[in-house]
Design a binder for this molecule. Structure first.
Ligand code: IPM
Ligand code: MN
Length: 332
């Protein structure tokens, strides 16, 4: 089966790491048609377009999207992030942002094997709020957190379904119920109700600040974690740092109902400081491509990509040298 794969290289190191990810997908022998999109900071600076409706409609015709990174210092913060990446997450209803972290024992802890399921369409990212009296001494800025029963419940359900297929069968809710008493209450009640339907799954609750300590010192507590959009954003950078560095952290922005394409991207950003130097580790993008192959049903190819990345552990080199080496391991 031929897959239509949308390619959004984006900004900074994004296009560089996506090139290597596609090299590896090619090496795995997956049959696909690439559909390249010229989106990101460069496009915006050229013609003022962030995500034209035509491009969005073309993205919808794809089976999956592989994205490098977005955001560039020449464009004010938020323009590309909100207008491109977040708009894609919202418009394509990519409500589960799945971020796995796996690593052996280190000086910090006994090892990590967990998946964070980050709610990806609501919370502080929804864009609720605004200014009053902007630029005056009496300026007011509000930024609300939007939490709907529907949005919270479907994300929590996804986390439980994921945990049901894992050996430990454990889900931790991470929130801040002791301070965010409205949103936290909705999350906790929904979590308990969904948990009651899953007697086979063990559960826990941690406040997000405590979770930061456990991430570093005792991540063995975690199997599947479910959390809101902003907590998930912050925690998954920490997850990357404790599990081999952000250069290995991959993610899947899933529409589990498959009413449109899902989007796969490394957790790292566009890293403009190292763009063009060949210093970017393409492995986060390559593992994201493996997650994409899995979601597309290419289980064998995904497993071969993952195993090649594992075998490349310890290997250093430029972005393209690492990509070549991983592609070579697959072809060998
Ligand atoms: C991430 C990124 C994005 C986010 C940015 C680029 C908008 O940090 O995917 O974690 O905040 O979600
Ligand atoms: Mn982030």
């Amino acid at each position: 089966m031929t897959h239509r794969i949308g390619i959004i290289g984006g900004d900074g190191i994004g296009p560089e790491v996506v090139t290597e990810a596609l090299k590896v997908v090619d090496a795995a022998g997956v049959d696909y048609v690439p559909v390249a999109f010229d989106l990101g900071g460069a496009r915006y600076l050229r013609d003022g377009e962030v995500l034209p409706d035509d491009d969005l409609e073309a993205v919808r015709t794809c089976d999956a999207v592989l994205l490098g990174a977005v955001g560039t210092p020449e464009v004010p913060p938020g323009v590309i992030e909100r207008g491109l990446l977040l708009r894609l997450r919202f418009e394509l209803d990519l409500y589960a942002n799945v971020r796995p972290f796996v690593a052996g024992p280190s000086v910090l802890n006994e090892g990590v094997d967990m998946i964070v399921v980050r709610e990806n369409t609501e919370g502080a990212y929804a864009g609720e709020g605004g200014f009053l009296r902007k630029g005056t001494a009496h300026e007011v800025a509000t930024q609300g957190s939007v939490n709907t029963r529907h949005g919270v419940e479907r994300c929590i359900r996804y986390a439980f379904e994921l945990a049901a297929d894992r050996p430990r069968r454990h889900v931790t809710l991470v929130h801040k119920t002791n301070v965010l008493t409205f949103a936290g209450d909705l999350w906790e009640r929904t979590f308990l109700e969904v948990a009651a339907e899953h007697a086979e799954i063990e559960t826990a609750y941690h406040h997000v600040d405590a979770a930061c300590i456990y991430f570093v010192q005792d991540p063995g507590r975690y199997d599947v974690i479910v959390t809101d959009n902003l907590f998930g954003d912050i925690l998954t950078d920490l997850g990357g740092a404790i599990a081999g560095g952000i250069g290995r952290a991959a993610s899947a922005n899933l529409n589990p109902d498959r009413t449109g394409p899902s989007l796969f991207e490394p957790v790292h950003g566009s890293a403009p400081d190292i763009a063009g130097t060949g210093a970017a580790d393409p492995r986060a993008a390559i593992i994201s491509a493996a997650m994409m192959l899995e979601f597309l049903g290419e289980h064998d190819a995904a497993a071969r990509v993952r195993s090649a990345v594992e075998k490349s552990d310890g290997l250093t080199g430029s972005t393209s040298e690492i990509g070549d080496a991983i592609a070579g391991i697959i072809e060998a």
